[in-house]
Design a protein around this ligand. Structure first.
Ligand SMILES: NC(=O)c1ccc[n+]([C@@H]2O[C@H](COP(=O)([O-])OP(=O)(O)OC[C@H]3O[C@@H](n4cnc5c(N)ncnc54)[C@H](OP(=O)(O)O)[C@@H]3O)[C@@H](O)[C@H]2O)c1
Length: 251
């Protein structure tokens, strides 16, 4: 599939009010996007991104667990070329706890059903606009289970499989479907984690370079690149190593 350089394109980012999503929205502007739909559950939290370039930034309210809001966003953003499904969350659920099913459902709703809803709504728009690209922000935790966030890992593994399926079903309409696989990145999500973290700026560079080059699986930092290489060489060894290393990484 051909790559989609961001320059001159219309980009939509979910969860653009902070963390990785905010960095992706800003990087899209820096790289010459024609327009950026910066979306968030609370639109008022997008003021900082809007202020960067109020002519090119359009803000929208969008909770990806709300089907009506997803449909409304698609009705408002019919000129989109690149959809970045970044919004995601972790509950800290533990596998043997009484509330694990309830918490895991919340993670699945945002991290798995969210990108599913978004692609149902936006695939026809991308098709009408010539194909474009979808980038699902997944995680290396979707490739191997991280023991401090086991159900978050399963939601990202489901997202990984979903991304493969979306790639297949959208190939005929010329839509590039990229999976984004970060290791630990310095955002609110990893606050209190005592591990080395990549930066959101470096991640954003990897993401837009990858989309421009037609890279289907984009690893966004040194840890992610190393983990992906390890999985190719010996997946069982990586599983054991991550299980041993990532038991107690919170302060
Ligand atoms: N940080 C990492 O180490 C890391 C590693 C791998 C993958 N990721 C993934 O990267 C993505 C961004 O994470 P982050 O590190 O930037 O975390 P973050 O700082 O906690 O930001 C999460 C973003 O997602 C939004 N969000 C959560 N649930 C949502 C929903 N139902 N609808 C719309 N927006 C929602 C949040 O909005 P509110 O402000 O309204 O809560 C916020 O904008 C997530 O998919 C995460 O799983 C992160």
């Amino acid at each position: 599939m051909n790559g989609v350089p961001v320059e001159g394109k219309v980009v939509l980012v979910t969860g653009a009010n902070r963390g990785i999503g905010k960095a992706l929205a800003i990087k899209a502007l820096e790289c010459g996007a024609k327009k950026v739909y910066a979306t968030a559950r609370d639109e008022s939290k997008l003021a900082e991104v809007k202020a960067i370039d109020s002519a090119r930034v359009v803000t929208l309210t969008l909770d990806v667990t709300n089907s009506d809001q997803v449909k409304a966003a698609a009705a408002a953003a019919t000129d989109v070329d690149i959809v970045i499904n970044n919004a995601g969350m972790g509950t800290g659920a533990q596998l043997l706890a009484d509330d694990v099913v309830e918490k895991s459902k919340l993670e699945m709703d945002a991290n798995f059903y969210g990108p599913m809803r978004m692609v149902v709504a936006f695939a026809p728009i991308l098709k009408a606009n010539g194909g474009g690209a979808i980038a699902n922000v997944l995680s290396v935790a979707g490739l191997v289970n991280f023991p401090f966030a086991p159900t978050y890992s399963t939601s990202k593994a489901a997202g990984h499989s979903l991304t493969q399926g979306q790639r297949t079903v959208l190939a005929g309409q010329n839509t590039l479907v990229c999976g984004i696989y970060p290791g630990p990145i310095d955002t609110d999500m990893t606050a209190g984690m005592t591990v080395e973290k990549g930066s959101t700026e470096e991640l954003a560079n990897y993401v837009f370079d990858g989309i421009a080059n037609g890279t289907e699986e984009i690893y966004t930092d040194a840890m992610a690149i190393q983990l992906a290489q390890g999985l190719k060489a010996d997946a069982k060894a990586v599983e054991k190593s991550i299980a041993a290393q990532f038991q107690n990484v919170r302060d």
